[in-house]
Design a protein around this ligand. Structure first.
Ligand code: SF4
Ligand code: SF4
Ligand code: FES
Length: 254
């Protein structure tokens, strides 16, 4: 590992119309063994730019706050080892760091993710039975455990073309919230039914199963195959399956 590294970092803020105005600025700092990208950002703050904004909290891949685009790929800065970054960066080129591009900009490396807090509030929470029966199949518990490992980093949303290129934030809930919805819909205690919202308000039909979200998930959640596809299947069964419709009419199915 060389002694110095140059980072090319986005510096800027949105103008009155919300359009990001800024520039890429080069900073060179000394490297230490075992550094991650976030360490380098902290060195830049300490040595060159105390006003450089970035978001972080746990430095352990658990809080989901430090997402950014490093060399064009969405990653958690605290879990991205400099050793790996230097290996992929061509000799003599800087390491390029930008905020998540699908979201509006707050400042420098901080993206404005208010959308996710607003959307989260619209999701009907767990609706348990009045009298709880704690007995359920272990497989049912195991199935949702994967969804509960989501750290809400939104790297998946940042990657999804429905958000990033088509900006359908008002029509599409995006991969992170399909994970949350799958967690609720498959919960063995839940008695709610969110399928109508999943179809209409959350626009699951916009997902064309490209699996880009799954590829970037730092928690290793199989978002597409285990959350989105089963939700799509439930929507199809509920609204488009003629046999299920007949079964419902004659009372064989709720
Ligand atoms: S699989 Fe669906 S949610 Fe995931 S990136 Fe592709 S379109 Fe977006
Ligand atoms: S599903 Fe994965 S990528 Fe998406 S918010 Fe959760 S942890 Fe992050
Ligand atoms: S600082 Fe918490 S996930 Fe990176």
């Amino acid at each position: 590992m060389s002694d110095d590294v140059t980072f090319r970092v986005f510096r800027g803020e949105p103008n009155d119309e919300g359009i990001p105005i800024g520039e890429m600025v080069d900073y060179t700092v000394e490297m230490d063994e075992g550094m991650v990208v976030l360490d380098v950002i902290h060195s830049i703050q300490a040595e060159h730019a105390p006003d450089l904004s970035c978001r972080w909290n746990c430095k352990a891949g658990k809080c989901g706050s430090c997402g950014a685009e490093v060399n064009g790929k969405p990653r958690l800065m605290c879990m991205t080892r400099m050793e790996d970054i230097l290996e992929e960066t061509p000799d003599g080129s800087p390491v390029v760091v930008k905020p998540m591009q699908a979201f509006p900009l707050t400042k420098d490396l901080v993206a404005d993710v208010q959308w996710s807090y607003d959307l989260n509030k619209t999701i009907p929470p767990l609706q348990g039975p009045d009298e709880v029966d704690w007995k359920f199949n272990q497989n049912e518990a195991n199935r949702i455990q994967e969804f509960r490992s989501c750290i809400e980093c939104l790297l998946c949303v940042n990657t999804c073309h429905v958000m990033r290129e088509h900006h359908l934030f008002d029509e599409f809930a995006g991969p992170r919230f399909f994970v949350r919805l799958a967690n609720l819909e498959m919960h063995p205690m839940d008695q709610g039914n969110r399928l109508s919202k999943i179809k209409d308000e959350y626009g699951i039909g916009y997902c064309n199963i490209t699996r880009c979200c799954t590829e970037v998930c730092p928690a290793g959640i199989n978002i597409t195959d285990n959350a989105i596809i089963p939700l799509k299947e439930r929507v199809v069964t509920e609204y488009y399956d003629p046999l299920a419709w007949v079964a419902k009419k004659i009372g064989l199915r709720k």
